[in-house]
Design a protein around this ligand. Structure first.
Ligand SMILES: Cc1cc2nc3c(=O)[nH]c(=O)nc-3n(C[C@H](O)[C@H](O)[C@H](O)COP(=O)(O)OP(=O)(O)OC[C@H]3O[C@@H](n4cnc5c(N)ncnc54)[C@H](O)[C@@H]3O)c2cc1C
Length: 440
């Protein structure tokens, strides 16, 4: 009887899972294992919203595995050490794991390699559609500009979509720690989505991809897929989503696939430049403005600009924010207030249920003009953006109840009306000046 370990990381699903597929097609029995690594918390990455979502993901995965005759083993501790223990207990001769893109995932893989050597099998098309490094421009190890990347990405070969197993034989008597994840302190957003593959597939089935293009940037329509948390934890496979959307003819499906290409793009940048998680990808020697009160007003959704405040309050309430609102709130912090983008990125990571090192840090840098944006000096004007992407003011009225009585687009400029909404922390005529003065 041969035994292999499928070590789950950010691929918490049965459908289209290369790690699980390889583990079960190369051995008689499989131990599905998840190791809860305390170092994630120590690094400040275990935000309460994501831990709650992860707890859902693990119990859903366990329930799905039980339906096919298996179960999830959970252990707590250093992943290589814990995996070695499980291997010793079960006589497992191989370990399968998905390749990650962060420095953290890289260290985990190195430790696993030190323990298991050739018995470790790393699967690189699990977290992304096209593995980082698979397509590169001549003479470089990654693409720094999206458009040529996207062109090459569309032509790149894809692996086929793998079926979910119908049965899985697992050795008896493997002990598991509890699936329950202790609260890390800090409060949860009250309207978090449910985690797990079952919820993910239900959401995916309900969402209308054809409507995506018309309403993608319309803040009040809320027409994007909201699949990002499920993609972050791997409850859905981007390969399966892409293959499915590409069978669809419409512009909505193409638009959706393009968003998934953005995700791959940021992953390949981070895989090649792990330090970009914290350091400027393209240093511009910004002299950042420092003002704790302004940063706090931004975090609390009290900047006096209702469109910014609406986005920040959506984030606090749902642990999620519409993409257009992310662009506006990030630009307001990093360009208009000209505060260091890391302040904003840290706040997003503390709350976002889809909070992801590659997507968050690199999108922040894109907005701040220190990343891969080909127009690094652009500053988004929140008032013009509000008029364009929330023309009726409905998004603001949804998230800023103090202003719910104001009709139409007048809600975007409450300082022109009577009322006690806080005045703008930065006058409208100064929305671009700090950035221009602070960048040499
Ligand atoms: C400042 C800032 C921070 C961000 N932080 C994160 C983050 O931590 N995690 C995260 O997943 N996304 C992040 N994004 C990207 C984007 O805003 C979200 O992925 C998107 O809003 C999620 O909503 P959706 O699933 O409805 O997206 P859809 O429009 O339905 O797109 C489908 C999927 O494509 C991917 N995607 C879409 N846009 C982007 C993008 N610009 N970059 C990378 N992937 C993308 C996501 O996985 C998304 O679920 C950030 C964007 C900005 C501007």
């Amino acid at each position: 009887m041969t035994v292999s370990i499928a070590l789950f990381t950010q691929d918490l699903r049965l459908h289209d899972n290369p790690v699980l597929h390889a583990a079960r097609t190369t051995a008689d029995q499989v131990v599905p294992l998840f190791v809860f690594d305390p170092a994630v918390g120590a690094a400040g990455f275990a935000a309460p919203n994501r831990l709650a979502f992860l707890a859902d993901c693990l119990s859903d995965l366990d329930a799905s595995l039980r339906r096919i005759g298996s179960r999830l083993t959970v252990r707590r501790g250093e992943p290589a050490e814990q995996t070695a223990r499980v291997a010793a207990e079960t006589g497992a001769s191989a370990v399968h794991v998905a390749a990650g893109v962060t420095a953290f995932a890289d260290r985990r893989e190195q430790r696993l390699r030190a323990v298991f050597g050739e018995r470790l099998h790393v699967h690189d098309a699990s977290l992304t559609v096209v593995p980082p490094g698979r397509i590169t421009p001549a003479g470089r190890d990654h693409y720094a500009v999206f458009t040529p990347y996207h062109r090459a990405w569309q032509q790149a070969p894809r692996r086929s979509v793998l079926p979910a197993p119908r049965a899985l034989d697992t050795p008896a008597g493997v002990g598991s720690d509890s699936l329950v994840i202790e609260a890390a302190g800090g409060s949860l957003s009250p309207a978090l989505p449910p985690g797990g593959e079952t919820a993910a597939r239900a959401r995916w089935r309900r969402w209308d991809v054809d409507a995506c293009t018309e309403v993608h940037d319309d803040l009040a329509a809320d027409g994007t897929s909201r699949l990002s948390p499920y993609l972050h934890f791997g409850c859905l496979s981007p390969t399966e989503l892409t293959a499915h959307a590409q069978r669809h003819e419409g512009a909505g499906a193409q638009d959706f696939v393009r968003q998934l290409a953005w995700r791959d793009f940021h992953h390949q940048v981070l895989a090649a430049r792990p330090a970009a998680a914290h350091r400027d990808y393209r240093p511009r020697n910004d002299r950042w403005h420092e003002d704790d009160k302004e940063a706090e007003a931004w975090r609390r959704g009290r900047t006096g600009y209702p469109i910014i405040d609406a986005g920040m309050r959506q984030l606090a309430h749902e642990g999620w924010m519409h993409n257009r609102a992310r662009l506006l709130t990030a630009s307001f912090l990093a360009k208009s207030l000209h505060l260091d983008w890391r302040i904003g990125a840290a706040h997003f990571l503390a709350l976002l249920v889809d909070g992801d090192v590659a997507n968050n840090q690199l999108n922040w840098q894109w907005v701040a003009g220190t990343g891969t944006d080909t127009r690094p000096n652009r500053v988004l004007n929140p008032l013009r953006q509000a008029d364009r992407f929330d023309p009726t003011g409905a998004y603001v009225r949804r998230w800023v109840p103090e202003l719910a009585h104001l009709p139409g687009p007048s809600v975007h400029r409450p300082w022109l009306l009577d009322g006690d909404y806080p005045p703008p922390i930065l006058p409208p005529e100064e929305l671009t000046t700090r950035f221009r003065d602070g960048r040499p």
